[in-house]
Design a binder for this molecule. Structure first.
Ligand SMILES: Cc1cc2nc3c(=O)[nH]c(=O)nc-3n(C[C@H](O)[C@H](O)[C@H](O)COP(=O)(O)OP(=O)(O)OC[C@H]3O[C@@H](n4cnc5c(N)ncnc54)[C@H](O)[C@@H]3O)c2cc1C
Length: 409
């Protein structure tokens, strides 16, 4: 295949969801030229994303946060409520950001607005060249990876960043296998108005079918992610606004007063995905190409931003060949522990909710009771929830979170 011009000196980023747009901008911010391939986001995603302080710090230099602020709400406290109705129940645990000296844990941001603001920043970034097309075929051969686009263009690069979502064609082309599992769950997603103030508290109800999470939006509004059996999610979605509003009010025991759902509901079928490698054959995985798990405790895109931070560190450490074997091994080593730890804890918590098995319920209950009642553990849990390693590093005389981070210092 013949590549066009000098494009193979640029890093190719495939995918224009939040992970791909952030990857393009952060690589460019580090002085690396990028070819971005993917369609312009259409603003159809009705989800909101809770980005924690470390993620906000990571994207702050991109100059996008101030444009997002009017439509975001800070998360000042997080409440976990056992609503399983089972024999063994965990106590309600509330974490306040003030306990660890922070004003807030993170910001809740509408996804459509996030990708719109990121897209504008990409348009204004001189080091990013955006091709609004899809990659049709990939070839990972020798010292380059080549993408043939649907519009007929050919693009070659020493490193391709697969930000092309859970089905990632780039991951498959690099020969990276992935274990996937379809879960017996789907998330009903919507926004709603409520009569009482949320006080910037997010409440995660742990139910027998999964978490049901309210996250504050500006004013007397919140977003909802309600994880149900797929057939129940469809049933709920078929209800009229008034009936569904009543169900949500009931679910939260009228904690927020009268509820009024807003137009624009969506259902997301849930699954898990874990790849065998995070980088191989000049392809590095970020975002949902690299990990998928259920929406518990706002982990997915936060982890995706950490993928990108490590990728930028590796690409900067290997300027001559950012996609070579040394760079890919470094990237794999940097991401493995973080992704495995997050995926395991989220999948375990999810499985313990679905499980009718008493020991699993006891373990979840005991874990939350201990974490909730021992002050040093509360602080550790809160810091670890925002960024892995930060809870432990606050207790230890050194900092750092793996090979990619070490290479930066
Ligand atoms: C209900 C729900 C709630 C969530 N809440 C949170 C939260 O509060 N906090 C959090 O951190 N995470 C959350 N997540 C996870 C978060 O939404 C995902 O991690 C994030 O959206 C993934 O973004 P992505 O860019 O990796 O993938 P996607 O958004 O799927 O983007 C993939 C992109 O690749 C493009 N693409 C596909 N094929 C090709 C091709 N051949 N060529 C070029 N481009 C291609 C697509 O067009 C798309 O633009 C939630 C997830 C769910 C399901």
């Amino acid at each position: 295949m013949e590549a066009v011009g000098d494009r193979d000196r640029k890093i190719l980023v495939a995918g224009t969801g939040p992970a791909g747009l952030i990857a393009a901008l952060m690589l460019a911010h580090a002085g690396l030229a990028v070819t971005l391939v993917g369609p312009r986001p259409q603003g159809r995603d009705r989800r909101t994303v809770a980005l924690m302080r470390p993620s906000l710090d990571a994207i702050e230099p991109l100059g996008v946060l101030e444009k997002l602020l009017p439509e975001t709400a800070p998360l000042k406290a997080m409440r976990l409520v056992d609503a399983t109705g089972r024999l063994v129940r965990s106590p309600t645990v509330t974490f306040h950001a003030g306990e660890i000296g922070e004003d807030f844990f993170g910001l809740n941001i509408p996804n459509a607005r996030l990708t719109e603001v990121l897209s504008r920043a990409v348009n204004a970034a001189p080091l990013v060249e955006w091709h609004e097309s899809l990659v049709e075929t990939w070839a990972c051969e020798g010292d380059r990876v080549t993408a043939k686009l649907e519009n007929g263009e050919m693009i070659a690069a020493k490193l391709a960043v697969a930000a092309d979502g859970r089905g990632s064609p780039a991951r498959a082309a690099a020969g990276i296998s992935a274990k996937t599992r379809t879960l017996p769950q789907a998330a009903l997603v919507l926004n709603f108005k409520h009569a009482r103030e949320h006080g910037f508290v997010s409440t995660e109800l742990h139910t027998k079918t999964g978490p049901c999470t309210q996250v504050p939006l500006p004013g007397m509004r919140s977003s909802l992610v309600w994880v149900l059996r797929p057939e129940d999610a469809e049933r709920m979605n078929s209800l009229g606004d008034q009936e569904l509003s009543m169900r949500i009010e009931e679910q939260f025991s009228s904690m927020l007063g009268r509820v009024t759902v807003e137009p624009g509901r969506q259902i997301y079928p849930l699954s898990t995905l874990m790849p065998s490698r995070f980088g191989q054959n000049r392809v590095a995985l970020v975002g949902e190409a690299a990990h998928v798990f259920p929406p518990i405790s706002a982990q997915g895109l936060n982890l995706g931003i950490r993928d990108v931070e490590d990728l930028v560190a590796v690409a900067s450490a290997f300027p001559d060949d950012p996609g070579g074997t040394g760079a890919m091994n470094r990237y794999h080593a940097a991401r493995r522990a973080d992704v495995l730890a997050r995926a395991n804890s989220v999948n375990l918590l999810n499985a313990s909710l679905l499980s009718g098995f008493l020991p699993a319920q006891l373990a979840r209950s005991a874990g939350l009771s201990i974490v909730g009642s021992v002050p040093p553990l509360r602080a550790l849990f809160m810091r670890e929830g925002m960024r892995p390693g930060s809870g432990f590093s606050a207790l230890l005389p050194f900092r750092g979170r793996g090979p990619a981070a070490e290479s930066r210092s």
